[in-house]
Design a protein around this ligand. Structure first.
Ligand code: 8YV
Length: 324
């Protein structure tokens, strides 16, 4: 059996596939495959290992209905039209449960980097502009004892909340569709409304998936309700914030700072005003980008493929969200 991968895949997943006798073709160019190239490559492969690139849409799937599985190297599955896949009988799988710590670490890093303007100061040193002009210039703000608001207190949100509670004694509030009783018990987290989250958070960190409901949920109306001293963190999906509204909110002082591991759109274009703001920190979607986590993800992606090839139940299907 043969797998086509849209990116070079981490070693441990590759080895797992090869030990199972699977032939793996990896797209090694830095540019994304065109839709036509992806179809052409998948025509003579039995599975797709999607590790980034253009969205996998219905048009692709209608040309590649022979695939035994579309195995994502990610926990998020917004880069695939899962509804279409389910209607066309194409299994889609993801890699849950292994990237919560790595991604929460990036959210935590961004919170600190923004609060102390770290990326701005680093850039000043690179530009040979060392130090402060006066004792009150370029000051940051402190995190100790402040309120962390989590939108989407799932696995990643829980780790972020625990890091912040344990390290900085932060008060945890959250807004979820359902209660997170473990967080309430272990972290003394308090469930609040979306309005309450906006009004009470000193740091508001987003940890939801990107869906029709969450798309651009953080827009002008939301930012207007946040504290002018608040920091907005998004290490989930760029599509959850409206970037034009975010830029305006920062420029007009309606919020204090923003830390983004995801942008809208991606990649962020040169000259984006966010890149010149002292209270903004931007990273290129590296939430899961550690040796340990990417290897763990690739092992799961490989296991999903092997199960599909062996006709066994898929360990991590996502089609059920459309209950077909
Ligand atoms: C990247 C992520 O997608 O898992 C997710 O949903 O956003 C990240 O892990 C992944 O690193 C791309 O291969």
């Amino acid at each position: 059996m043969k797998v086509f991968a849209t990116r070079v895949i981490p070693e441990e997943g590759l080895k797992l596939l090869q030990r199972a006798g699977v032939i793996v073709t990896q797209w090694t160019e830095l540019r994304d495959l065109t839709p036509e190239e992806l179809i052409a490559h998948c025509k003579d492969h039995d599975a797709l290992l999607y590790a980034g690139g253009r969205k996998i849409d219905r048009a692709f799937m209608e040309h590649c209905r022979h695939l035994k599985v579309i195995s994502l190297l990610s926990v998020g599955y917004d880069n695939v039209d899962v509804k279409a896949a389910t209607e066309l009988g194409l299994p889609v799988t993801n890699t849950p449960g292994v990237l919560s710590s790595a991604t929460a670490d990036i959210a935590f890093l961004l919170m600190l980097a923004v609060s102390r303007k770290a990326f701005y100061h680093h850039k000043r040193i690179i530009n040979d502009e060392w130090g402060f002009s006066t004792p009150t210039a370029n000051l940051g703000i402190e995190i100790e004892g402040k309120t962390l608001g989590i939108w989407g207190l799932g696995n990643i949100g829980y780790v972020m909340a625990k890091r912040c509670r344990d390290a900085f004694g932060m008060k945890i509030i959250y807004c979820n569709r359902e209660r997170n009783e473990a967080a309430e018990k272990e972290l003394q987290a308090v469930q609040v409304s979306f309005e309450g989250l906006l009004q009470q958070s000193d740091v508001l960190s987003v940890h939801t998936s990107l869906t029709a409901e969450t798309k651009e949920k953080f827009n002008k109306e939301a930012f207007d309700k946040m504290k002018p001293t608040a920091i907005f963190i998004n290490a989930a999906r760029g599509g959850i914030h409206n970037e034009t509204d975010l830029i305006a909110a920062l420029q007009q002082g309606r919020i204090w700072g923003a830390g983004l591991d995801v942008t809208n759109p991606e990649p962020m274009q040169p000259g984006n005003p966010l890149l010149d703001m002292p209270t903004v920190a931007v990273l290129p979607h590296i939430g899961s980008a550690t040796v340990e986590t990417r290897n763990a993800m690739s092992r799961i992606a490989a296991q999903n493929i092997i199960a599909a090839f062996e006709g066994k139940p898929l360990p991590n299907p996502v089609n059920h969200i459309y209950s077909l």
